[in-house]
Design a binder for this molecule. Sequence first.
Ligand SMILES: Cc1cc2nc3c(=O)[nH]c(=O)nc-3n(C[C@H](O)[C@H](O)[C@H](O)COP(=O)(O)OP(=O)(O)OC[C@H]3O[C@@H](n4cnc5c(N)ncnc54)[C@H](O)[C@@H]3O)c2cc1C
Length: 464
Amino acid sequence: MKQGSYHDLVIIGAGPAGLAAAIEASAGGLTTLVLDDQPAPGGQVYRQIVQNANSRSARGYLGADYWSGHELADAFARSLAELRSECRVWQIGKDRDVFFSQHGKAQKVRAGAVLIATGAMERAMPIAGWTLPGVMSVGAAQTMLKSSGSGADGAVFAGSGPLFYLTVWQYLQAGLTVRAVIDTAPARLGLRHYWLALPALLQPGLLLKGVRWRREIRRKTRYISGARSVGIVGDSRATGIRFRDARGGELTIAAEHIFIHQGVVPNVNLTMATELDHRWCPRQLCWHPRTDIFGQSSVAGVFVAGDGMGIAGAGAAVLSGRLAARRILAGKNGRSSGVPLFWRLLKFRQTAIRPFLDTLFTPPQEWRTPEDDTTIVCRCEALTKADVMAAIAMGVSGPNQLKGYCRAGMGRCQGRMCSLSVQNLIHDHTGVPEDRIGHLRIRPPIRPLTVGELAALVDEDASE
Ligand SMILES: Cc1cc2nc3c(=O)[nH]c(=O)nc-3n(C[C@H](O)[C@H](O)[C@H](O)COP(=O)(O)OP(=O)(O)OC[C@H]3O[C@@H](n4cnc5c(N)ncnc54)[C@H](O)[C@@H]3O)c2cc1C
């Protein structure tokens, strides 16, 4: 592929959304290029699926849902779409130039349409001690299992949500011991949970799966429900975890490896850096790009699909990828993209379980903003809650002004980790609703880039 080459569709992300879109678009005759920063297709959910197929042990512990991704991976391999792995996309230009780096070399391709399918990331969890060595996210624990078949024996898991239970279940299937599971979801379901479980009955398989995972976890581990005020204990590394149980009793469990989790949020760095319109989602407590049902964003020719549109799971990601491809194909061929009512009903069925899950697993306030003044909020700049609160008290108007006052969000991750916590602290202090506070302005490049890489790109441009 030549520098600056043209493709009808460039897709960023080879997860279920990106793969499904690529299969549909290339079958419809669009020249389609998929860029992904992982070494192989699959995204978060089907990470390393092609390589793991040769591992007999992985077959047992990753579960049937994981292996169901084979069909998608095979269909993608048979399609005419081109995949470039280990490519970090760091900017989408105004004229749909897509800039990325591969093996330390910056490059650019041109696109008729761009589909951003960059998925989800775990919510930051600024509890006491979360930055200590020995503490990792549950997503990272699962990534180890999927990509190298390894895990930490005797670890404690703390948090809640579907990915939380799934990963503990996978650990147990892999024969690893789990010292304790500290569940922060409510110990008892409330009336609103039962109400929201009614539409969730449209996806009975998912509900039953969750019940099965929890039952097995309760049977095989020390399981504590309704935990509050969770914090990690240790000076230079984690030595344990302390919390209050549902009856208010204080407990400490010794552990060297602690995995924490409070759900996932859309990975909106690229959609924000591309200046798409976003809206605050009060149910999922995070920002979503504004799109129509086909994923068309506020910028012509730029589409969004999958969990990056709003957390809805792998099945819905496939559907949204197909919908975006259909609209792009229809636009190219001057046709209509089908009956929106049909697609709306299908999407409603695919996402019917979300209100129940989002409400049952709403992250407790103390996991969104620290209880304790000395807890780190911005990891890159090592700023504590007290540092950020001192800047807020000076009367900042929002996260962008706060950046100038105390550098929160100015580090290497460009606010990826701390932006929601900072916004929440401003909301707590001022009472201004989150949607009015706004979000941290994300500027390209969204991934770290060396000056050398950039210079090589400029040189190639000049010689074109
Ligand atoms: C750590 C983690 C683990 C998860 N595990 C599971 C699971 O086991 N089961 C499950 O049902 N759900 C899981 N989920 C939720 C899950 O991500 C989705 O529901 C589903 O994978 C969404 O599909 P997607 O195509 O939208 O995105 P993803 O599957 O996340 O795919 C997005 C892809 O985009 C790539 N990407 C992102 N930014 C860039 C960039 N700038 N340049 C290049 N490439 C980029 C990523 O590397 C990734 O391969 C997990 C989520 C997380 C955060």
